[in-house]
Design a protein around this ligand. Structure first.
Ligand code: FAD
Length: 391
């Protein structure tokens, strides 16, 4: 209501009721403006390692709007540190994991090809097989798994650079991939598709309202989504509300520049060291399995030990220069199996704990998790991987 003053000006007088109506309307207007600026996603993925990236791409293919929130730069942790052996052998794989491991190994050529096409970068997927030196070869034979036993003459034919040895050896048909190239391609492919990223943004909590996940809080802001997936690798247990029992398991690695490009063709595995040739002439050596918390310090003595073990197998590596060395933190779990599926909080999911096989398991994890998140069920038995087994 208005009053005319002595000077003739209109003076606006607010009654209590009018003031309160105006206040309510301004709050409504402000919240409308605010919400128009705040973006919503269908799914938020915590962690931009190979598991989070592969899942983001798979969900995007299924028309979901996806945001990946990464505390550092995507792909810089375990996923870039890995050797990239795609081990799909019942002798080395946990029985409960075998169906997923085999399915994932089969998916790899298409998975890598799609990433190459969508990113425009090369993924070094190799298909030359693995030579395993193992004192337990006779036990392996008894297990009934078909092995090609390698006599010394056949070994020399397959891999002439190997030193003579009496160790029992067998051949496995298995692929390998360069995880750095793979992860870089997955980041590009996800971005090219329209997956959103918030990098340098640490998730401190998954937000829950009325018992359901509603998004995440980060050190910078908060993001809204009705579905959240924890793909934070070795750090997954640090994010509330569910303390998943993941722990870091450290591994040392180094990369040699081979004296000549085709020195080795196959992946070579012994109990002391493994050697993974890349197509550009680099040879990656690994690894250790260490309980050292979140320490990523590189021990020179460990690097030298791995290098000496490699030289004993392939003497020509004596002349190979070390290009780089590093460590990485595998996401370990108490039973060495991944944690996959929905949690006790509706809308909150987890895909973590891939330990020594996360590069291998990325394509199948993306598929089964997208099925679970989409509520369409999966053909695989995920009970052994249920987060509820640790309740
Ligand atoms: C030395 C070594 C050798 C390996 N060799 C092989 C191999 O030969 N074959 C194989 O299949 N696998 C191998 N692995 C295992 C494989 O690397 C892992 O299982 C896999 O990379 C796990 O992927 P991830 O995405 O779960 O974890 P990561 O790659 O560690 O990604 C997790 C991401 O989450 C982010 N994050 C963590 N906390 C938060 C937070 N609060 N907010 C936001 N972001 C967060 C991290 O910064 C990180 O980028 C190896 C691992 C190591 C270390």
């Amino acid at each position: 209501m208005t009053k005319v003053t002595r000077t003739g000006a209109h003076l606006y007088v607010f009654t209590d009721q009018l003031a309160s109506e105006l206040m309510t309307k301004s709050i409504l207007l402000l919240s409308l403006l605010y919400n128009a600026g705040v973006r919503n996603w269908d799914v938020i993925i915590i962690g931009g390692g190979i598991i989070g990236l592969s899942l983001a791409i798979e969900l995007h293919k299924r028309d979901e709007k996806v945001l990946v929130v990464e505390r550092g730069a995507p792909g810089r942790e375990a996923s870039s540190a890995a050797g990239g052996m795609l081990v799909d052998c019942p002798l080395e794989t946990h029985a409960a994991l075998q169906p997923l491991a085999t399915a994932s190994a089969r998916m790899y050529p298409e998975f890598a090809h799609e990433l190459e096409v969508e990113s425009g970068t090369k993924v070094d997927l190799r298909d030359h097989g693995t030579i395993v030196f193992s004192p337990e070869v006779s036990a392996h034979k008894r297990s009934g798994f078909a092995l090609e036993n390698l006599l010394p003459s056949r070994l020399a034919e397959l891999e002439p650079a190997l030193a003579e040895t009496n160790l029992p050896a067998f051949y496995l048909k298995e692929r390998s991939v360069d995880p750095k190239g793979l992860t870089a391609a997955a980041i590009k492919a996800a971005k090219n598709r329209g997956v959103d990223f918030s990098s340098g943004d640490l998730v401190t909590a998954v937000n829950v309202s009325d018992g359901r996940a509603t998004g995440v809080t980060t050190t910078k802001t908060s993001f809204l989504a009705p579905k959240v997936v924890n793909c934070a690798g070795a750090w997954s247990g640090q994010i509330g509300p569910h303390p998943f029992p993941t722990r870091p398991v450290k591994g040392h690695m180094l990369c040699l520049v081979s004296p000549h490009r085709d020195l080795l063709k196959h992946v070579i595995r012994t109990p002391e060291v493994y050697l993974i040739p890349r197509s550009d002439g680099r040879i990656v050596l690994g690894t250790t399995v260490e309980e050292a918390g979140f320490d990523k310090h590189t021990e020179i003595a460990t690097i030298q030990r791995l290098q000496r073990a490699a030289i004993a197998l392939v003497p020509e590596l004596r002349n190979a220069k070390i290009l780089e060395d590093w460590t990485g933190l595998r996401p370990g779990t108490p039973d060495a199996l991944p944690i996959l599926g929905g949690t006790a909080t509706p809308g909150y999911y987890v895909a973590t704990g891939h330990f020594r096989d996360g590069i291998l398991l990325a394509p199948i994890t993306a598929k089964v998790m997208a099925d679970v998140i989409g509520g369409i069920g999966t053909e695989y038995d995920l009970k052994p991987f249920s987060p509820a087994r640790f309740d």
